[in-house]
Design a protein around this ligand. Structure first.
Ligand SMILES: [Ca+2]
Length: 270
């Protein structure tokens, strides 16, 4: 099974003709209505401390309404963006994840995906804290993962991050190393965590230049006091090379697939 939000970046959607657009709008309305009703299920994928094999946190993800495949979820996010409904969709996904996290044990963190445009809204931190407390959690157990870069990302996002920090939330930079999510952004946003994109991790045990790049990123992040998660670890070889790079944390099918939080693994043999 694939992690739904990932598909957003991998799917190339052909330009729609007018009939397609109308159909898509109909479908979007239908799906959004179901999402509004809370018809969205949460799963979580463990984030493993590689030195101990312990799950230190879980990334909350949503499963789409029945019959709505993950690849279509990419279209849903895209259409929601085009219609200015990103906030609405994100809120529904967040509520589903927090509902699913009620049983989360005391020592672990919950990583939640948020679009930078949402985080840049001054009202967001307060709203998130209310939602988090309503789920019986506290902000210090939540890490906000900043997803794809917004076009006009700047001072408002930095301010939004500061407000979240003051309330006790952690910040992670998601999908680091692909597209626009680069070094400049890492320095501007100064996150607590950086998650190295799976496309950089894939096959690094047999790709020396890429492995060296990961070494450099890990060293830089370490010097900056930023914790690093290698995403998309699927083979023993990738795991070994990620650990050799000095990366402290990992996520991926080898370490744990997304599943219900109540049945998620607490540790793996890392
Ligand atoms: Ca993520």
């Amino acid at each position: 099974m694939r992690e739904p939000p990932r598909a957003v970046r991998q799917l190339s959607v052909p330009p729609p003709n007018r009939a397609d657009a109308a159909l898509r709008q109909l479908e979007l309305d239908h799906v959004l209505a179901r999402i509004e009703k809370g018809d969205l299920a949460a799963v979580a994928q463990p984030i493993i401390e590689l030195g101990t094999g312990r799950a230190i946190g879980y990334e909350g993800l949503v499963r789409w309404p029945t019959g709505h495949a993950p690849s279509r979820a990419a279209e849903l996010f895209k259409a929601a963006r085009e219609h200015g409904l990103t906030d609405q969709l994100e809120r529904a996904a967040r509520h589903a994840v927090l509902r699913g996290a009620r049983t989360l044990s005391g020592e672990v963190s919950l990583f939640i995906n948020c679009a930078p445009t949402v985080v840049a809204d001054v009202a967001f931190a307060g709203e998130l804290e209310r939602d988090v407390r309503a789920a019986g959690l506290t902000p210090d157990r939540i890490v906000v993962e900043l997803t794809e870069q917004a076009e006009d990302e700047g001072a408002t996002l930095v301010r939004g991050i500061e407000v979240l920090r003051r309330r006790g939330f952690g910040i992670a930079l998601d999908d680091f190393g692909v597209g626009a999510s680069g070094l400049d952004r890492l320095m501007t946003l100064n996150p607590d965590w950086v998650k190295i994109d799976r496309s950089l991790v894939r096959g690094i045990d047999s790709d020396e230049p890429r492995a060296r790049l990961i070494d450099a990123i890990a060293r830089f992040a370490g010097d900056m006091g930023i914790r690093v998660v290698g995403e998309g670890i699927e083979t023993r070889g990738e795991l070994r090379r990620v650990r050799e790079a000095g990366i402290g944390f990992g996520q991926g099918f080898l370490l744990g697939r997304p599943g219900l939080i109540s049945s998620a693994p607490r540790a793996v043999a890392a």
